[in-house]
Design a protein around this ligand. Structure first.
Ligand SMILES: C[S@@+](CC[C@H](N)C(=O)[O-])C[C@H]1O[C@@H](n2cnc3c(N)ncnc32)[C@H](O)[C@@H]1O
Length: 184
């Protein structure tokens, strides 16, 4: 009987510990990138649907998601267009979560890198996808345009670059520009 109590006490202790760790991760995870003014917000389904309905992308081409979060957009590009996707994100917790989702869905060929996306070798990719805030778009504009391949296509969700004009845009039903496509 007393042994049962000890086992019960251990179970409660482990459960409480796991709960505490989980809560700390939940609180710290958004803070990790929030303080850089770069919070994690996954692409909206309605925006991804616009891409699906309007774009034709070459399967087996390589796509880089700059700030991939849990990989929602990469799973979309993989599933809808057969692209080989790689994503960089500073936040290890959202990447861990993304890897768990991919494992559960049996998706193997999406690569996550926990790192600043400035370490990515942009010339390796045919497509670049980004869903980043305006301050970040401005901060990376020169770096992106001087390092992508000549024929690479940039798919920018919601926010635009300041110095470059898109060669095409996709609007939602309200006529708002949502997706902008850029080339060098
Ligand atoms: C708005 S979320 C977009 C997530 C994903 N691309 C999607 O569309 O579902 C932006 C992500 O960019 C990441 N991020 C911001 N600055 C970054 C940087 N310099 N290097 C890597 N990741 C960054 C944030 O951690 C955040 O997860």
């Amino acid at each position: 009987m007393s042994q049962l109590k000890i086992i019960l006490a251990w179970i409660i202790l482990i459960f409480t510990f796991a709960l505490c760790i989980g809560s700390v991760i939940l609180i710290l995870s958004p803070m990790l990138t929030w303080f850089r003014k770069a919070p994690y917000v996954p692409s909206f389904n309605s925006h991804l649907k616009l891409i699906k309905d309007h774009l034709t992308l070459t399967s087996w081409a390589k796509l880089l998601d700059l700030g991939c979060g849990d990989g929602k957009a990469m799973r979309f590009f993989y599933k809808e267009f057969g692209l080989l996707c790689e994503g960089y994100d500073l936040n290890p917790f959202v990447i861990l979560y993304g890897k768990l989702i991919n494992r559960r869905k049996g998706i193997r060929n999406i690569k996550f890198v926990v790192s600043n996306f400035k370490k990515a070798q942009l010339h390796k990719y045919d497509y670049l996808y980004m869903y980043l805030f305006p301050n970040q778009m401005a901060a990376i504009e020169d770096w992106v345009f001087s390092n992508i391949k000549d024929d690479a296509i940039i798919i920018a969700n919601s926010f635009k670059f300041l110095k470059h004009k898109p060669f095409d845009t996709i609007r939602n039903k309200k006529g708002q520009e949502i997706i902008r496509l850029y080339k060098k």
